[in-house]
Write a protein that binds this ligand. Structure first.
Ligand code: NAD
Ligand code: UDP
Length: 312
């Protein structure tokens, strides 16, 4: 296949490039580096099956030649990034998704949208199943991301219904691993960076809010299976092992031997209180479930950040 990946120089996008190149597909990645980095794809520079185009996908997209699949991953993704770039986030979710769907339509390609657990907002139902409609504040600071992704899902389904296109939607829950940007404010890079510098970990609020963490190789495998499946409605991909942020901070301090402890800081507005995926659908339809334990995933990630911080 010839696969077009928007956001291909980002954390997840670059792992998708690696995954498909390793299976002998061709990859065209597009990115404007608003939150991604050329470093994430530098190792692919001499691979003749890999092509990179620097472009903002919120503007008309031009891709020469045939395309079999479009994976739309371009978007600021961390709360800090989408608060820094609120309008670009709305534009890439709306205009960028429209353009990426347009590429898929003209090429007769399959389309896969990177959606998010944020479409459930601050959920009132636990764990979150795909048929839960969510609890989103459209005018709060996170609304720029949540509503952009909800619009992107609606547009994807509209293209499927109106044009008979093959579309897929993955709702990604908190994912971590090598190439997570150290400074994008997400809890995994923040805590690991702080621990490696011997600083106290900044837990927001009292740390009783929950998340679960998916290692990137598990996520990418789930995405590839969804792409090849017949499932047209959204599928959660995430790790169902829920934990409090305080417990997670204590774990990071224990693994890294950081003695600086924890400090409690202000909780961001509309920060979801509980988040945990119901992955029955992924298990049943895709035969997928996460394989990498938190400790194994953290070991890889800490090794990566240790190297990055030496170079910085
Ligand atoms: P990331 O910031 O590392 O990657 C996003 C990439 O998109 C970056 O390389 C960025 O430069 C690029 N981009 C953004 N706007 C663009 C535009 N207008 N034109 C071209 N490129 C643009 O973040 P990530 O974690 O790899 O996220 C990738 C996708 O997965 C996003 O769509 C995000 O919403 C989704 N997602 C990620 C997570 C997670 O836990 N990592 C969770 C839910 C959803
Ligand atoms: N968080 C924290 N300290 C940090 C960064 C994040 O306590 O330094 C919390 C944040 O408030 C949220 C959780 O960790 O409750 C996960 O935050 P992240 O930014 O990784 O992504 P989210 O799941 O909110 O999209």
């Amino acid at each position: 296949m010839r696969i077009f990946i928007t956001g291909g120089a980002g954390f997840i996008g670059s792992h998708l490039c690696d995954y498909f190149l390793a299976r002998d597909h061709q990859v065209i990645a597009m990115d404007n580096f608003i939150t991604g980095s050329p470093d994430n794809i530098a190792h692919l520079a001499n691979d003749s099956r890999f092509e990179f185009i620097r472009h903002d996908v919120s503007n008309y997209i031009n891709v020469a030649g045939p395309v079999d699949a479009v994976l739309h991953f371009a978007s600021p993704a961390s709360p800090k990034s989408y608060l820094d770039f609120p309008i670009q986030t709305l534009k890439v979710g709306a205009l960028g998704t429209h353009n990426a769907l347009g590429v898929a339509r003209v090429k007769g390609a399959r389309f896969l949208l990177a959606s998010t657990s944020e479409v459930y907002g601050d959920p009132l139902v636990h764990p979150q199943r795909e048929d839960y409609w969510g609890n989103v504040n459209p005018v709060g600071p996170r609304g720029v991301y949540d509503e952009a992704k909800r619009f992107a899902e609606a547009l994807t389904l509209a293209y499927q219904r109106e044009h008979g296109m093959e579309t897929r939607i993955v709702r990604i829950f908190n994912t971590y691993g090598p190439r997570n940007a150290l400074d994008d404010g997400r809890v995994v890079p923040n805590f690991i960076g702080q621990a490696l510098r011997g600083e106290p970990l900044t837990v927001h609020g009292d740390g009783s809010q929950t998340r679960s963490f998916t290692y990137v190789s598990d996520l990418v495998e789930g995405i590839a299976r969804l792409l090849m499946s017949d499932e047209k409605l959204p599928v959660n991909i995430g790790n169902p092992k829920e934990m409090t942020i305080k417990t997670f901070a204590e774990r990071i301090n224990a693994i890294t031997g950081n003695k600086a402890g924890i400090i409690y800081t202000e909780r961001p507005v509309d920060d979801p209180t509980r988040r945990n995926p119901d992955i029955t659908k992924a298990r049943t339809i895709l035969g997928w479930e996460p394989k990498v334990s938190l400790d194994a995933g953290l070991e890889e990630t800490i090794a990566y950040f240790t190297e990055r911080m030496k170079k910085a």
